[in-house]
Design a protein around this ligand. Structure first.
Ligand code: SF4
Length: 436
């Protein structure tokens, strides 16, 4: 199969020219051919200039010419910031991206003209190199974090929130699904804040305008027809809107929501996002909308200044919240974290004692919640097949951190299969089941 050809028109100043060179270099590296004429091109990219009125006119004329002679045009460069103006004159353009938007231009090209894949020559599969098994993959939607939790130094290392535009994320997700991935695990430092830095910019995805926002992302990922699991979600009010998508079965009824504590003074000392939300009320409301929702969380025991009664409040919260999966850490002073300077640091032996009490308290709750699922028929995803049978996960189990479902004797199954099982037994982490 011959490589796809791209026509390229570069207008404007030397900075724009350098941008064009970068885009062309990336396209060539990916195996595209650059076409010197409109006729031989499968698609044309116009790198525009918007410096003065004459340059704007020249750019708009060039877009018009490319549309007339080729028909499939992606616009980038300075004039891309005035998308409305371009679309008003040339509504047929496939995509408009701004200056320095290299990744966006490449994503747009990939979307409208997939890169050539030559299995005998390419060392890279289209979905990139994954370190996870073939049937699940992590989907990173943003980097960095706008919060300044006092126990955490991530923002000082990774900077403020920097979201990937939603069409780029969706293209990666779609490629993963096409490559056979059955479950996507959405990760970031703060998943529910997704898109805030981009002012929730709308983007075109498969002919629809979707916002770079947590809800739109969940909804669009739900259309891929594979399992989608949300991690690191903070309980902002808008998270409520995603729960109906879980109830409908569009995304997995699973929220990984790191509460870290329940006492309001400690949450404020931690400077936690959404520290003032009434989480118990929210959890109750979520379960009314989606009774099957699995809630996973993490907590810190022995945060500086934590009193015995504040710790007891945390245990009471656990009893009330009835979370399914919970991790807990004794507070440990990370080098550079602001919380290290807080008064009344908790002695190590008390931290450890509180951690042990926490785990004993929660493991009873987790075990009881698993017992309630015995007798149910559920869909599970096969992770591994060993001599004794198949090892699977239910919708309630994220890989590596949650439990497993063991199906004795089911050695004929394959990794990545979805099967129906009846849940027969459980301890506080894992379940045992038979095929139905
Ligand atoms: S712990 Fe707080 S500061 Fe650290 S990444 Fe999470 S939300 Fe951001």
């Amino acid at each position: 199969m011959s490589a796809p050809h791209i026509g390229f028109i570069s207008l404007g100043c030397p900075k724009a020219l350098v941008d064009s060179e970068r885009i062309l270099t990336s396209l060539r590296r990916e195996g595209y051919q650059i076409s010197p004429s409109y006729d031989n091109a499968d698609l044309v990219v116009v790198n525009t200039c918007g410096f003065i009125d004459a340059a704007v006119e020249e750019s708009l004329d060039s877009i018009g010419e490319a549309l007339a002679k080729n028909g499939r045009v992606i616009v980038t460069g300075c004039l891309g910031a005035r998308e409305d103006e371009i679309l008003a004159r040339h509504p047929q353009v496939l995509k408009v991206t701004g200056a320095h938007a290299f990744d966006e231009v490449l994503s747009a090209v990939h979307e409208h003209l997939p890169p050539p894949h030559q299995p005998f020559f390419d060392l890279l599969p289209p979905q990139g190199i994954k370190l996870t098994p073939d049937h699940y993959a992590y989907l990173k939607i943003s980097e960095g974090c706008n919060h300044r939790c006092t126990f955490c130094i991530i923002p000082s290392m990774r900077g403020d929130l920097f979201s990937r535009p939603i069409d780029e994320v969706m293209l990666e997700a779609e490629n993963l699904a096409k490559a056979g991935v059955k479950e996507l695990l959405v990760v970031s430092q703060d998943t529910s804040a997704y898109g805030l830095d981009l002012k929730y910019a709308p983007r075109d995805w498969r002919g629809n305008s979707v916002k770079t926002h947590f809800y739109d992302l969940a909804n669009a990922l739900g259309d891929l027809d594979i399992w989608v699991r949300m991690h690191y979600v903070y309980p902002y009010p808008h998270v409520d809107n995603v729960i109906p998508l879980m109830a409908e079965g569009k995304i997995l009824p699973y929220l990984d929501i790191p509460f870290q504590h329940a006492n309001s003074r400690i949450l404020k000392a931690m400077k936690r996002p959404a520290a003032t939300e009434n989480n118990l009320t929210r959890i109750k409301a979520w379960r009314e909308i989606c009774p099957d929702i699995t809630l996973r969380s993490t907590f810190i025991a022995g945060f500086p200044g934590e009193t015995e009664s504040e710790f007891d409040e945390l245990l009471d919260f656990l009893s009330e919240a009835q979370l399914d999966r919970v991790g807990c850490f004794a507070y440990s002073p990370v080098n550079g974290a602001a919380a290290n300077d807080l008064p009344n640091q908790v002695p190590e032996d008390i931290k450890q004692e509180r951690l042990a009490r926490f785990m004993a308290h929660q493991s009873k709750i987790s075990a009881e919640r698993l017992q309630k699922r015995i007798g149910r028929i559920e869909t599970v995803l096969i992770d591994e097949v060993v001599a004794e049978g198949a090892v699977a996960r239910s919708k309630a189990d994220a890989p590596e951190i949650d439990g497993q479902v063991f199906i004795d004797g089911a050695v004929h199954l394959h990794v990545g299969d979805f099967v129906q099982v009846e849940l027969e037994d459980a301890d506080e982490y894992d379940m045992w089941a038979r095929l139905v």
